[in-house]
Ligand binder design. Structure first.
Ligand code: GRF
Length: 221
């Protein structure tokens, strides 16, 4: 068996997506291990949860750094020292400089709670409800310097109900995020994806199975 990819997960808050990745990575055949959890907020609940699991954690308080470049310099040193192969952003609320993002090009992924390219930025579920969409969902993508932009690895769809509030829609999308993120990370960790410009190609046999699992109405949802 090839070596598991070493993944650092970056969080700023609750960390439920990080938790989903950690739990998926317990499976013996999962192709990645969560080697490190980093937060820019020392009080992030996600950081405390990871620590309690015995995962190596680090608080890098961005307020203690004089610039974004200094903060990212420290972050890069830690990632290098820990021999990290892939970075997974999971509710990480800091914008990164283009030079940091380019250094991790096609090795850094993010999850966003909408079907990108719709509804980038914050207040995603409010935006979806205001637009009146009938289906929403979540997206895992490679990170590019522009916010919530980059080649799409996978998406999952959920219905929008007439009675939805931003909170109820968020909860339904979040449950889909927890299913999608570990699957998408596994594709990347197994080198089953290839980035071609703005499009991610996934090996045929893998893609059919992967995408079917995410589509609305699939029996596995
Ligand atoms: C998720 O909705 C994620 O898509 C977005 O921020 C939220 C983080 O939630 N980027 P959690 O910290 O993973 O619970």
């Amino acid at each position: 068996m090839t070596a598991k990819k070493r993944v650092a997960v970056l969080v700023s808050g609750r960390g439920s997506n990080m938790q989903a990745l950690v739990e998926a990575a317990h499976a013996p055949d999962y192709p990645a291990e969560i080697a490190l959890v980093i937060s820019n907020r020392p009080d992030a609940p996600g950081l405390a949860w990871a620590k309690a699991q015995g995962i190596l954690t680090l608080a890098l308080d961005h307020k203690r750094y004089e610039s974004r470049e200094h903060f990212e310099g420290q972050l890069q040193s830690v990632l290098d020292l820990s021999k990290i192969d892939l970075v997974a952003l999971a509710g990480f609320m800091r914008l990164m400089t283009a030079s940091f993002v380019d250094r991790w090009r096609d090795r850094m992924i993010n999850i966003h709670p909408s079907l990108l390219p719709a509804f980038k930025g914050l207040r995603t579920h409010e935006q979806a409800l205001e637009a009146g969409v009938k289906i929403s969902g979540c997206t895992v993508h490679f990170v590019r310097p522009e916010m919530d932009d980059g080649p799409i690895i996978g998406q999952a769809a959920v219905p929008v109900l007439a009675s939805d509030t931003p909170e109820t829609l968020a909860a339904r999308v979040l449950a889909a995020e927890h299913r999608l993120y570990p699957r998408a990370l596994a594709l990347v960790a197994r080198d089953q994806v290839q980035v071609d410009g703005s499009v991610v190609h996934i090996q045929d046999a893998v893609y059919a199975q992967f995408n079917q699992q995410q589509v609305l109405g699939s029996p596995s949802l």
